[in-house]
Design a protein around this ligand. Structure first.
Ligand code: GTP
Ligand code: MG
Length: 215
C-alpha cells in the first residue's frame, strides 16, 4: 500500500493560497512572487525595482529565507517595510507562511507586495502562495541550459529576468540558446535582459510590471 503524502499538503496549501488571493484582491494589492536560485539577484532586483516604482506605488516586501534576516534588513535600509519569514529548513515558501506575513502588513495602505521566495529552482514550483504574478530570475553565471534542466519553474513564470547581463563577457552563455529553450517551454512569458549593477533593462522591466499592476 502506498501513502500519498504530497496530495493533502498541496490541497491545504491551495486552499490557503486561494484565501490569500481573495484577501489581496479585496484590498486591491498586487503580489509578485520572485523565484530564482541562491545568489541570482532576487534582492538586488527587488531593490532596483523599488527605486523605479516607489513614487508610484505603496510597496512592502516579504522575504523568505531558510535562516537570517539579512535580506529584510537590506530592504528596510531603503525605507521600505519588510517582513522576514524563516522557513527553518524548508526550500520554499508556503501559503500558510504568507498568510501570517500578510497579517503583519497594513494591506489597506499598500498597492504592491514583492515576495522573495527561498533560493531554489525546484521547490517553490508546486506551492501557490496566492500571488498575482510570478517572476523567475536566471543569472548569466548559472548557465544557459537551466530552462532545459529545471523546466517546471520556467514553465509557470509570467515573466523571466535574465540578470547579470554585465557578466556576459566572462561566461560561456548563449542568450540565443537560453531564449529559444525558454520560448519552447513557455511561449507567453515576457523576457527582460537586465543588470542590477549597470541598471540595463531595469526601467523596461519596471514599466512592464507597472502596466500589469494597473491592468
Ligand atoms: N555583476 C553583477 N552582480 C550582481 C547583479 N545582480 C546581483 N549581483 C550580485 O550577486 C550577488 C547576489 O545577489 P542577491 O541579490 O543577494 O541574490 P539573491 O538571489 O537575493 O540571493 P539569496 O537571497 O541568497 O538567494 C550579490 O553579490 C550581488 O551584488 C548584476 O546584475 N551583476
Ligand atoms: Mg536575497
Amino acid at each position: 500500500m502506498q501513502i500519498e503524502i504530497n496530495k493533502p499538503i498541496l490541497e491545504l496549501n491551495d486552499r490557503l493560497a486561494a484565501a490569500n488571493r481573495a484577501l489581496l484582491a479585496q484590498n486591491k494589492v498586487f503580489m509578485l512572487d520572485i523565484m530564482a536560485s541562491p545568489g541570482a539577484g532576487k534582492t538586488a532586483t527587488i531593490l532596483a525595482t523599488i527605486e523605479c516604482l516607489r513614487e508610484r506605488y505603496r510597496i512592502a516586501v516579504i522575504e523568505g529565507d531558510v535562516a537570517s534576516d539579512v535580506d529584510a534588513q537590506k530592504i528596510k535600509a531603503s525605507g521600505i517595510t519588510a517582513v522576514q519569514i524563516n522557513t527553518g529548513g524548508a526550500c520554499h515558501l508556503e501559503a500558510a507562511m504568507i498568510e501570517r506575513a500578510l497579517e503583519m502588513l497594513p494591506l489597506a495602505e499598500l498597492d504592491l507586495i514583492i515576495v522573495e521566495n527561498v533560493g531554489n529552482l525546484v521547490c517553490p514550483t508546486e506551492f501557490d502562495l496566492g500571488q498575482t504574478a510570478q517572476a523567475v530570475i536566471l543569472s548569466v553565471p548559472e548557465g544557459d541550459d537551466k530552462p532545459q534542466k529545471y523546466p517546471g519553474i520556467f514553465a509557470i513564470a509570467d515573466v523571466v529576468l535574465l540578470n547579470k547581463l554585465d557578466a556576459l563577457p566572462l561566461f560561456d552563455f548563449s542568450v540565443e540558446q537560453f531564449t529559444s529553450s525558454l520560448e519552447a517551454l513557455n511561449p507567453t512569458a515576457a523576457l527582460f535582459q537586465v543588470s542590477t549593477r549597470t541598471k540595463a533593462g531595469i526601467a523596461d522591466w519596471a514599466t512592464w510590471l507597472s502596466n500589469i499592476i494597473d491592468a
